[in-house]
Design a protein around this ligand. Structure first.
Ligand code: PYC
Length: 308
């Protein structure tokens, strides 16, 4: 049995494991994530895959902290693997810990494989987090995409790696999500085939951008996640990377507000802080608890390990 609490952050689901997952081994969060990958991948599949989960769920396992100053460690995972950081997931974890009265008031630091992050609950129910430093590594990255031709975009890091481009012809609207999904997958395949990459790791998130539909937003996005799912929220690590790219292009000053609308119409508010020569994004959003469940795995269930 594994006990979980589900929430959604601006539409995107998070499943926090609260019981039944043995503590991963390793000194650092990266070591623990790699230990999970090699020793506990079956648990990942049990928690997030159908029939108990679905492709959009991001799971979170809480570990002992890596740093003395941190509340706990977090390893985020999804239907295809593990994430360095997850912005909507962090807001979901904080909301879950608050609902369980397991978080002291004020800012709390968490260790993730991408580095330490700090989350602060607001009096209005929102949660703001300071992410790991973000950076823009390419402004005019070119990729040839079948049926489109040359697509020019930006490559940025905000805890995960992203390719950003203005949507080439497809409206960034919820009813158009199936076409956006197919297009963004084609773009990602082209990036991989043509070796358009960041420093070392293949780019696994693609963001297509379009005009906002809310007055408090500056842009609207469709975000392809590492598997075949799209982000229902504006994507915390993606918004972080976008802020760094906007700043590098001279379009966003340090401290200036950026409203990022998601494909579902929800919003993250972002700003950059300059700290010791790095750009630290702050992202603000809200999360709501949706369920508290005990996952059961009967011995004769052919899909106890998930549908793979
Ligand atoms: O909010 O950072 C995020 C995220 C990444 C993948 C899904 N959500």
């Amino acid at each position: 049995m594994i006990r979980v609490i589900d929430s959604h952050t601006e539409g995107e689901p998070t499943r926090v494991v609260i019981e039944g997952w043995p503590e991963p081994e390793g000194r650092t969060m990266v070591e623990r994530r790699e230990w999970m990958r090699s020793h506990q991948d079956g648990l990942r599949r049990r928690v997030v895959l159908e029939p108990r989960g679905h492709e959009a769920i991001v799971g979170a396992v809480l570990t002992r902290p890596e740093r003395r100053t941190s509340h706990c460690g977090i390893v985020f995972f999804n239907d295809v693997g593990y994430l360095g950081m997850c912005g909507h997931g962090l807001i979901g974890v904080v909301r879950t810990l608050l609902a369980r009265n397991e978080l002291p008031s004020g800012p709390a630091q968490f260790d993730t494989p991408a580095g330490p992050v700090v989350a602060t609950p607001g009096e209005d129910g929102s949660i703001t987090f300071e992410n790991v430093p973000a950076r823009c590594v390419a402004h005019q990255a070119e990729v040839q995409v079948d049926g489109i031709g040359t697509l020019v975009g930006e490559i940025g890091y905000g805890g995960n790696w992203f390719f950003f481009a203005e949507s080439p012809g497809e409206p960034v609207t919820y009813p158009n999500r199936a076409r956006l999904l197919a297009l963004s997958k084609r773009i990602r395949e082209s990036l991989w085939e043509q070796g358009v990459a960041n420093e070392a790791v293949p780019i696994d998130h693609v963001e297509l951008l379009g005009p906002p539909t809310r007055p408090d937003a500056d842009s609207k996005n469709f975000v392809l996640c590492p598997g075949e799912a799209y982000d229902r929220s504006p994507c915390g690590t993606g918004t972080s990377a976008k802020l760094a790219c906007l700043h590098a292009a001279g379009k966003l000053a340090v401290g200036e507000r950026w409203g990022q609308e998601s494909i579902t119409g929800s919003l993250f508010e972002g700003r950059l802080i300059e700290r010791q020569g790095t750009l630290v994004p702050t992202i603000r959003g809200r999360a709501w608890i949706t369920a508290e469940s005990t996952l059961r795995f009967e011995p004769d269930d052919p899909f106890a390990d998930g549908i793979v």
